[in-house]
Design a protein around this ligand. Structure first.
Ligand SMILES: NC(=O)c1ccc[n+]([C@@H]2O[C@H](COP(=O)([O-])OP(=O)(O)OC[C@H]3O[C@@H](n4cnc5c(N)ncnc54)[C@H](OP(=O)(O)O)[C@@H]3O)[C@@H](O)[C@H]2O)c1
Length: 266
């Protein structure tokens, strides 16, 4: 029975969870707006299709905290939730990341088994997401300070999620997932530039200049605020220490940034 539901099944982590579980021959149900099972957080009529018969679920939260609270309340048959979340959430001010915080809270109160995966910034933000275009253009400018960030590889997050979804012994645990060592953004860009064989500059911005750049690019104010709050939290050092979450679950060290860069940027 395809009773393992993967939300965010086309995303950076979800699609790799899907691949890993398929390779193990598991019967799974990938769900998102463009997946085999159509699921849209903003259309509650689509929720039934993922909730009926679901026993385990990889939960990538929506931004709206009310939606995830409501959804988890309706997910009475789900026996195990594995929630993707972010490290340092409790130190982020304002309205940022409320959906993930609500998802954590909702599963803790659900009565089901739960495991929370609190990840550092992903390696793949550099090549599959926000920082790809600036890097290809030769200039990444952020207000990251000189605090190291132990970026985590989404392959590790997916491997941990696949394991926790399918084996016992992880209930009630919060795994903090990071890479093996911290790099400043300047160092990370240097590693990528070496792997890619091209010149890429890292520019340190003030928080005000970063916000102005984001707004000039046409990003909504809320997104600029959320990103500003995230970098403020990172500059305070809340994410800087590497964690042992990947090692604890998988029994092997996490992928290094150098290996990631060689694979993605060569
Ligand atoms: N990037 C980081 O460094 C980082 C670090 C820690 C935590 N996180 C958290 O990770 C989460 C994102 O996970 P990810 O990177 O694996 O995913 P992602 O690459 O951002 O992709 C988003 C996924 O959600 C689906 N989706 C988008 N809108 C939807 C909607 N209205 N209804 C249903 N599904 C929807 C998308 O598929 P469709 O388009 O097909 O619907 C896609 O599968 C966020 O909560 C983020 O805060 C990110």
């Amino acid at each position: 029975m395809n009773d393992i539901v993967i939300l965010g099944a086309t995303g950076k982590t979800g699609r790799r969870v899907v691949e890993l579980l398929r390779a193990e021959g598991r019967q799974i149900r990938p769900a998102s707006r463009s997946s085999e099972v159509r699921f849209d957080w903003s259309d509650a009529a689509t929720w039934e299709g993922v909730l009926t018969g679901a026993r385990s679920m990889y939960l990538v939260a929506p931004e709206d905290p009310a939606l995830v609270r409501d959804f988890v309340k309706r997910a009475e048959g789900v026996e195990r939730f594995v929630v993707l979340s972010g490290r340092g959430l409790e130190h982020v001010g304002g309205e940022a990341f409320r959906g993930m915080a609500a998802a954590e809270e909702a599963v803790r109160e659900s009565g089901a088994e739960w495991t929370i995966l609190r990840a550092n910034n992903f390696n793949q933000n550099f090549d599959e997401y926000t920082w790809r275009e600036p890097l290809l253009a030769g200039r990444l400018a952020l207000p990251a300070g000189d605090v190291p960030e132990p970026f985590v590889d989404v392959h590790d997050i997916a491997a941990v999620a696949a394991r926790v979804l399918t084996e016992g012994g992880h209930a009630g645990r919060v795994y903090e997932l990071s890479g093996p060592r911290g790099l400043t953004f300047g160092e990370a860009v240097w590693v990528i530039a070496q792997a890619a064989g091209r010149e890429i500059e890292y520019v340190e911005l003030t928080p005000e200049a970063y916000r102005a750049e984001l707004l000039a690019e046409g990003l909504p104010t809320e997104v600029a605020d959320e990103l500003g709050a995230m970098f403020a939290m990172m500059r305070e050092g809340h994410l800087a220490e590497p964690t042992d979450g990947v090692q604890r679950v998988l029994g092997r060290p996490p992928v290094s940034f150098e290996d990631y860069a060689a694979r993605a940027w060569a």
